[in-house]
Design a binder for this molecule. Structure first.
Ligand code: GLN
Length: 500
């Protein structure tokens, strides 16, 4: 995080707005997803957790394809618009699913089609919008770091407003209202696409004034024709609908697929003769870091699943004059990012001036420790509290604040070291490793959320037994805490490998 006071190209604010509306759509929908599943479609929490894991896991996998197609054939602009429209279609299909929620024969197919479109669309949107930010500047421009900080604010402005608006219209206590959350998400997604279409020609230009995000010159023209693009997106959507359906209903293959992706990428990079040993050591650091972020995000992303059950059932939300919808709590992380990021940036700058700024791996270990402390806080809040008893919302709010401090230590730094350490030749492939780690973590988040205890049922994971909320939250304390300590211990070694 660096100073954000310099002047930036107008294009940055176009990308800010486009991404803000898209994240509104994504996080707004996610805020009510498990509530819709358990209260309208009447799934049990275990199944709803699996759906959440499969969906969000695949959401982080498709950017591999969307990034590849954009780099070689479509360019970023086209891919963003195409992906955005597919996501909007997904939201509107989910709207109809929510409308016909009582008719399972109709609602279920609509549900998988909607999810599949969201997954496919996100794959074309997300990697491309992020990579456009850096293209606005000349190579080595000192404003690039700050531009990503501003962009991260756009992400989280959308992430904060989406759950409020979608929760307000959809999470009303009436099962028939959930559809309005999907509708609001769809409208936000259309606003994102319109922003991009209206402003891209004029403002999305590089330091020399040339348009960015165009298709590569040597890309085959036939593949850019609209009917061909539509056909291709239709095909990809069919595949993602099948992928999400199979992982949820038939056989859970996603972990294996992700593992295969990681191994394949590792083999490609480590067997490459043109990389020297120092470069390979740096790549090894990136793989190690990716491994540790799995522990972070799998606990962090409970937000959209088990922590929403907790908000819904175990949190006192009645303020007397207003009952806070459970979905609103999913705004907290983004709200805290927007308010706390300047503080974290200030701390790093202060420490930097005193020549005591921690290394990147050390900061990431701190992120994991803060995550563990957040869970320790909420575990304390529910200690000895019987099932069905509601605790103060201060526990959830405090936990989200600590989690956000953790995110601010880990997430921007993780991305930055990928940019810094990846050999140019493998920059995209290594970015894919980061996304795959996120996918793995989100899928795992669904598995962990399924451990949520209720009605005296005992669940267990790797020998750890969970029979109440305290034990459930302590699971994350142990997992993130142990990962953090190991990362602290090896952080010096990683730092040496990085700075060779
Ligand atoms: N909240 C951020 C976003 O939505 C980062 C999420 C992540 O990297 N897992 O882009």
């Amino acid at each position: 995080m660096t100073s954000t006071t310099q002047k930036h190209p107008k294009g940055l604010y176009v990308l800010f707005a486009t991404e803000m509306w898209e994240r509104f759509n994504y996080y707004g929908m996610r805020a009510i997803l498990v509530l819709f599943l358990t209260k309208a479609l009447l799934f049990d929490k275990v199944f709803a957790s699996q759906v959440y894991g499969s969906y969000t896991g695949l959401v982080y996998l498709t950017p591999l394809l969307g990034g590849y197609i954009a780099d070689r054939y479509w360019g970023n602009n086209r891919s963003i618009i195409a992906g955005g429209l597919v996501m909007a279609i997904g939201e509107f299909v989910l709207f109809f699913c929510g409308h016909f929620y009582e008719n399972a024969a109709l609602a279920m197919p609509l549900f998988y089609i909607g999810l599949g479109c969201m997954i496919a669309g996100n794959g074309f949107f997300k990697p491309n919008i992020s990579s456009m930010v850096g293209q606005l500047y000349a190579k080595g421009d000192s404003r690039i770091d700050a531009s990503y900080t501003i962009f991260y604010m756009g992400i989280n402005t959308g992430g904060a407003i989406g759950p409020f608006v979608c929760g307000f219209f959809g999470d009303t206590g009436k099962s028939g209202d959930f559809k309005w959350a999907f509708f609001a998400g769809g409208v936000a997604m259309l606003l994102s696409v319109i922003t991009q279409i209206v402003f891209q020609k004029k403002y999305l230009v590089n330091a020399d004034g040339q348009s960015i995000g165009e298709a590569p010159k040597d890309a085959p023209a036939w593949f850019q024709k609209i009917p061909v693009m539509v056909g291709f997106l239709f095909l990809i959507s069919l595949v993602t609908i099948a992928l999400v359906y199979i992982d949820i209903k038939v056989v859970s293959y996603l972990f294996w697929l992700l593992l295969a992706c990681i191994i394949l990428i590792a083999v490609i990079i480590f067997s490459d003769k043109s990389l020297d040993i120092i470069q390979k050591k740096k790549v090894a650091v990136l793989f190690t870091v990716s491994f540790f972020v799995i522990f972070f995000w799998s606990a962090f992303e409970q937000a959209g699943a088990s922590l929403t059950y907790f908000a819904s059932e175990n949190t006192q939300r009645d303020l007397g004059f207003f009952v806070v919808p459970a979905s609103f709590f999913q705004s907290l992380n983004s709200l805290f990012v927007v308010t706390l990021a300047p503080l974290v940036a200030w701390v790093w700058i202060k420490l930097g001036k005193a020549k005591r700024e921690p290394s990147s791996p050390f900061k990431m270990a701190m992120g994991l420790m803060l995550l563990a402390l957040g869970y320790l806080w909420i575990a304390t809040g529910v200690n000895g509290v019987g099932t069905g008893v509601k605790v103060s919302m201060i526990w959830l709010i405090g936990m989200y604040m600590m989690h956000t401090f953790g995110e601010l230590c880990l997430s921007p730094i993780g991305l930055a070291i990928f940019n810094k350490l990846a050999p140019i030749k493998f920059a995209s492939l290594l970015m894919a490793v980061w996304f795959t780690a996120n996918a793995f973590a989100n899928k795992l988040a669904g598995v962990f959320s399924a451990l949520y205890p209720e009605n005296g049922k005992v669940t267990s994971f790797a020998g750890y037994q969970i029979s109440n909320l305290h034990e459930f939250f302590m699971f994350f304390v142990f997992m993130a805490g142990i990962a953090s300590i190991i990362l602290f211990l090896i952080s010096n070694k990683l730092k040496n490998l990085m700075t060779h």
